[in-house]
Write a protein that binds this ligand. Structure first.
Ligand SMILES: NC(=O)c1ccc[n+]([C@@H]2O[C@H](COP(=O)([O-])OP(=O)(O)OC[C@H]3O[C@@H](n4cnc5c(N)ncnc54)[C@H](OP(=O)(O)O)[C@@H]3O)[C@@H](O)[C@H]2O)c1
Length: 254
């Protein structure tokens, strides 16, 4: 557990499953103390237990990214427990496969509130500690839908484009004040829960359309969660003089 990240403190949102759980594990393996957030306590306990069993330092706060006060509490808890906060990885997100013509406002609201508002609130909460210290990393997870035309994904795409845009604006606001703002653009990852939450009737048609449009190579082995976690460690490990503003990770054959 040596290296530049050792002893630093990270908050990872959406850390109860999928990519977020892998990111939390990788950051802990790199020596960071990690505070995990998500809605499901049992899964968070399991992820924390696995990290501790490997000698890492992890704790969690049950957090719904649609609840401003809960996000504030997550960030404040990291500082209370570990005395500082060095990085926030805004990974929590939800999506849906549905055309705009068949769109459901409650689904759109959930996507935009979780992904965009949740990220904004987490950034603001972290900045309260990072700006006075003149130090900190904010890393926001986006997807190719932020700038590619993926049918069936309009609301999710709008949310990811929103996160990319807010990250650019925030970077311009805090530039020269010690806070780095980065995005990680993630393509298709296997073995996460994300696909399970999608409409199972519509998803095959959506995948076929994405393949026809050249957006997705269905024959390419997807990324592993650990591939994405290594990319996060890489971005956060850069020297203070550097910032990988935007990193894209894709399956090798796609
Ligand atoms: N999987 C892919 O192929 C892929 C591709 C591109 C980008 N990404 C991005 O990678 C990130 C992680 O995706 P994933 O595939 O790991 O998804 P996942 O397996 O569905 O996990 C999503 C995580 O977010 C949490 N979450 C969802 N809604 C939340 C809410 N309202 N409040 C708090 N936490 C919430 C979930 O925990 P709880 O349910 O316990 O709250 C879970 O820990 C997302 O930003 C996603 O957009 C994924």
């Amino acid at each position: 557990m040596e290296g530049v990240l050792a002893g630093r403190v990270a908050v990872v949102t959406g850390a109860s499953a999928g990519i977020g759980a892998a990111v939390a594990g990788a950051l802990a393996a790199a020596g960071m103390r990690v505070m995990l957030g998500a809605r499901r306590a049992t899964q968070l306990e399991t992820v924390c237990g696995e990290i501790r069993a490997r000698g890492g330092d992890a704790d969690f706060v049950v957090t719904d990214m649609r609840d401003e006060a809960q996000i504030e509490r997550l960030i404040a808890s990291a500082v209370e427990q570990y005395g500082r906060i060095d990085a926030v990885v805004n990974n929590a997100a939800m999506g849906a496969v549905r055309t705009v013509a068949d769109g459901r406002v409650e689904e759109w609201r959930a996507i935009l509130e979780t992904n965009v508002l949740g990220t904004l609130v987490a950034c603001r909460a972290a900045l309260r500690y990072m700006l006075p210290r003149g130090h900190g990393d904010i890393l926001n997870v986006i997807s190719p839908t932020a700038h590619e035309a993926w049918p069936y994904m309009a609301a999710y795409a709008a949310s990811k484009a929103g996160i990319e845009a807010l990250s650019r604006c925030l970077r311009a606001e805090v530039t020269g004040r010690g806070v780095r703002v980065m995005v990680l653009e993630v393509h298709n990852v296997g073995g996460t829960e994300a696909a399970l939450h999608l409409d199972q009737e519509l998803t095959p048609a959506a995948i076929q359309r994405w393949a026809e449009l050249g957006l997705l190579n269905v024959n390419a082995p997807p990324l592993e969660r650990s591939d994405v976690a290594r990319a996060v460690v890489f971005q956060l490990s850069q020297a203070d003089t550097a910032s990988i503003h935007h990193l894209t990770i894709r399956p090798r054959a796609d």
